[in-house]
Design a binder for this molecule. Structure first.
Ligand SMILES: Nc1ncnc2c1ncn2[C@@H]1O[C@H](COP(=O)(O)OP(=O)(O)O)[C@@H](O)[C@H]1O
Ligand SMILES: [Mg+2]
Length: 286
């Protein structure tokens, strides 16, 4: 069960991590064949918000995430973080920084390092923490995330669900403003997923980091999100934005509530329509 945190509403959350995506266009141009992945996309994400992004495969979700992370340039528009320029006119590629951390579906922990050594790797490499401080913080964060007793074992010795948790703890060690998650639980079975959702919320309630979370799973989107953004088929832009008016903290009792089912239904039609369009256009897994 989720421990009851000291705040109930997003208004109480940390005042950092506001993302403004303004009129962003991204066109890939492999060998002169222009592929528009993001089409005049605008989206405002509040500090401390869990913003869930759903949309058909290949619609451009990862492209948008990578633009925020600074992995590639946008073609036009601009992206701000806490009202500070990340990319836009004059500098189309954001500089990657410790304020934005990405966890991908196939996140990689170093298999030859213990779990706790993986968690402290970043701060030690970047010189942002001394080793004793990093170890202390890592132990605390791992304990908060239900990772007690696995600190000194290796990633190969724990379950895939636990590995995902280690990755998220590792991502949060430097207290980023934004956590960017690209289908982190896609490969997990539904039972493991449900445990992961509660574990993620537990971590979130402690850190209140803004979360930009891409998923295919509508249940996951409604259960976790303050807001669910349904993207159009490629090129993507928001088609529908749902405010999930189920109060946090949430636990699995939410799943049987009438409001939860209503929100699922509201989302499903919109997602399904776009998935059909994508299918007709022959989009492949992205
Ligand atoms: N590096 C790239 N070069 C060319 N096209 C790309 C590249 N990366 C992605 N694309 C194309 O852009 C579209 C959006 O991809 P992506 O953002 O990965 O979609 P999603 O994450 O929603 O599944 C797809 O049609 C994909 O083939
Ligand atoms: Mg993707």
């Amino acid at each position: 069960m989720i421990e009851i945190p000291s705040f109930q509403n997003i208004e109480d959350a940390a005042l950092k991590g506001a993302i403004s995506i303004r009129d962003v266009v991204k066109i890939y141009d492999p060998k002169g064949l222009a592929v528009m992945a993001v089409d005049h996309c605008s989206l405002e994400i509040s500090p401390g918000e869990i913003c869930m992004i759903v949309g058909p495969s290949g619609c451009g979700k990862t492209t948008l995430l990578k633009a925020i992370a600074g992995f590639h340039e946008i073609s036009s528009g601009e992206i701000l973080l806490d009202n500070k320029f990340l990319c836009g006119p004059g500098q189309l590629k954001a500089k990657p920084g410790p304020d934005r951390v990405v966890v991908f579906q196939n996140g990689a922990l170093f298999p030859w390092k213990t779990n706790i050594e993986n968690v402290i790797f970043g701060p030690i490499m970047q010189g942002t923490m001394s080793r004793p401080i990093a170890l202390e913080k890592a132990r605390q964060m791992m304990a908060d995330s239900g990772l007690i007793g696995v600190e000194d074992s290796y990633p190969g010795e724990i379950s895939s669900g636990m590995r995902r948790r280690v990755e998220i703890v590792r991502a949060l060690m430097n207290e980023p403003s934004v956590l960017l998650l690209d289908e982190p639980y896609r490969a997990l079975d539904s039972l493991t997923k449900s445990v992961m959702h509660e574990a993620l919320l537990q971590i979130y309630y402690k850190n209140k980091t803004t979360i930009f979370f891409i998923t295919h799973d509508i249940d996951e989107a409604i259960f976790l999100g303050h807001k669910v953004v349904v993207m159009t088929t490629r090129p993507c832009k928001p088609k529908k934005i749902l405010e999930v008016d189920i109060p946090h903290p949430r636990d699995y009792s939410v799943l049987t509530s009438r409001r939860y089912r209503e929100l699922i239904e509201e989302t499903i039609d919109s997602v399904h329509e776009e998935a059909e369009k994508a299918f007709a256009a022959g989009e492949k897994e992205g």
